[in-house]
Design a protein around this ligand. Structure first.
Ligand code: IMP
Length: 169
């Protein structure tokens, strides 16, 4: 494994993203929705840096199985517990790869009539994109390689790492 992003670099970037997010909401209440499982550490670190009224919720989707390649079929395995109606929803994602998961979630969540819907994603692989999708707050653009750590897995391994590494690199 080769380290791509150190723990220090990730934490510094999460700091900067939180500053941008706080500025964008300007004290309005936020519902920060974590996309399980990959975003669990990013979400936990991010919400601790948000100011004002912050509620959290969790959804789980699967598009991968144990393959390192998107199936293109996005399945909602766990839905949020709370209503999105008339709330500022911040979707917190680990990584945007083909873009299919995020596109699906944006469309689904827009039907729930939130006051606003924004997306914070830690990582993006622009060269892997199959569908275009907007990310409001992005941590890092990375090359089209399979990465693990800081929530991201390969067959459920490596989620606990504080840094992000290229598998097999
Ligand atoms: P997309 O629908 O292709 O954009 O895939 C998004 C999901 O695929 C992410 O939320 C991750 O769970 C998973 N994924 C994509 N690339 C990687 C990677 O490099 N490592 C681990 N998981 C990944």
């Amino acid at each position: 494994m080769t380290t791509l992003l150190t723990e220090k670099a990730i934490q510094q970037r999460v700091d900067e993203m939180a500053r941008d997010i706080n500025a964008a909401y300007a004290g309005e209440p936020v519902l920060a929705v974590c996309v399980l499982k990959g975003a669990f550490l990013f979400h936990a670190d991010l919400v601790r840096r948000l100011v004002g009224e912050v509620a959290v919720d969790f959804i789980q989707v699967s598009s991968y199985g144990t393959e390192q390649r998107s199936s293109g079929i996005v399945q909602l395995k766990k839905d949020a517990d709370t209503s999105f109606e008339d709330r500022n929803v911040l979707l917190v994602e680990d990584i945007v790869d083909t873009g299919q998961t995020l596109k699906h979630l944006r469309e689904l969540f827009a039907t729930r009539r939130p006051k606003s819907l924004r997306v914070a994603a830690l990582l993006s692989k622009p060269s892997a994109r199959v569908v275009e999708v907007d990310v409001d707050f992005l941590g890092f653009e990375i090359p089209n390689e399979f990465v693990v750590g800081y929530g991201l897995d390969s067959a459920e391994q490596y989620r606990n790492l504080g840094h992000i590494a290229v598998l097999g690199g």
